[in-house]
Ligand binder design. Structure first.
Ligand code: COA
Ligand code: MG
Length: 296
């Protein structure tokens, strides 16, 4: 799969915003049927999202199209899935999951609808938002052991978790995450890598603050996140750039790979007065892969 650096939320009931999906430059758009859509607009949103998907057949689609459906406890999940699965979204974003069991249940629903529509089994992926209930963080490690073929990434949300624990906000006065959110964010990063899937950082709500978005995104990438959720088209380019290797990184990665290739029997080498060993080689290869994928 192509990299998912930026995943742009678009309210599923906004024709005007849906029209901006293709030109957004995002690696994926997430057409929202959940909290960006008021209850009265859900049926209209399902229709619009289905039409949107239909107008962009999967083969030859420029941007990945994901759909965020409503969680199980709303009783709306099946209606959402019935409306969209047959039109081959690239994936389903599943909010407010408690853990892998919820994703397995979602996967079974998609199994049935894929079969009904005559689609290739397992083509539709799932990314759960895996920290939005109080129990969810305790189950994150289980994603590494669960056999979930559709799992393409793990993401996290801070707003719903704050509501779930009766908190007022989630950031400290200096803008950094409060402790609970630092903790679950780190757990998502670890769980995603343990499960071998994309680690998708949460959104940056202040969509006029490009500098803050860039700073936080670069840190996120340095920490191991592979991309993040975005809510406004202006956030796409800064996020794509932040989650692509810089020129300096690419130059260094090439140096490291070349040095190890020149000395295939060596586990440790020195470059410009610094030590590099196998983890650095692994990292360099990842950087070059990501660089190639980001250009494509
Ligand atoms: N997707 C596509 N287009 C978007 C967009 C989005 N997420 N957000 C804004 N735009 C468009 C606007 O329609 C507007 O178009 P125009 O220039 O033709 O009028 C343009 O980009 C500039 O928008 P702006 O005026 O800066 O923002 P806004 O006040 O219209 O919208 C939000 C602000 C937050 C409501 C909007 O960005 C949004 O809906 N974001 C997604 C929310 C969402 O889905 N949340 C669920 C997950 S948390
Ligand atoms: Mg939410």
């Amino acid at each position: 799969m192509k990299p998912l650096r930026s995943l742009l939320f678009i309210p599923g009931d906004s024709e005007k915003k849906l029209a901006k999906a293709d030109a957004s430059g995002a690696d994926a758009v997430i057409l929202d049927l959940e909290d960006a859509v008021a209850p009265a607009n859900k049926p209209a949103a399902r229709k619009l999202v289905a039409e949107f998907l239909k107008a962009r057949p999967k083969l030859g689609r420029k941007v990945q199209v994901w759909v965020r459906v409503n969680p199980f406890d709303t009783g709306m999940t099946l209606e959402d899935l019935v409306a969209v699965v047959g039109h081959e979204p690239d994936g389903i974003m599943q909010p407010k999951t408690d853990g892998p069991d919820d994703v397995e249940r979602m996967s079974h629903y998609i199994d049935a609808l894929e079969a009904q529509a005559g689609l290739e089994h397992g083509a539709i992926k799932i990314i759960p938002v895996a920290t939005e209930t109080a129990i969810a963080p305790f189950n994150l490690g289980e994603f590494a052991y669960a056999d979930l073929d559709r799992l393409a990434g793990l993401s996290w949300g801070a707003e719903d978790l704050a509501a779930a624990v009766g908190g007022q906000g989630n950031r400290m006065p200096d803008g950094s995450w409060m402790y609970t959110y630092q903790m679950v964010r780190a757990q998502v990063l670890l769980a995603a890598h343990a499960a071998g899937v994309a680690a998708i950082d949460t959104l940056y709500a202040d969509f006029r603050d490009e500098e803050g978005l860039r700073a936080e995104s670069r840190l996120g990438r340095a920490e191991g996140f592979t991309g993040r959720l975005v809510i406004h088209p202006a956030q796409v380019a800064p996020v794509n750039e932040s989650f692509s290797p810089s020129e300096q990184e690419v130059v260094m990665a090439r140096k490291i790979v070349a040095a190890f290739e020149a000395q295939p029997d060596t586990g440790t080498i020195g470059i410009d007065g610094k030590m590099y060993d196998i983890p650095h080689l692994k990292g360099a290869r990842t950087t070059l892969q990501l660089h190639e994928a980001s250009k494509a």
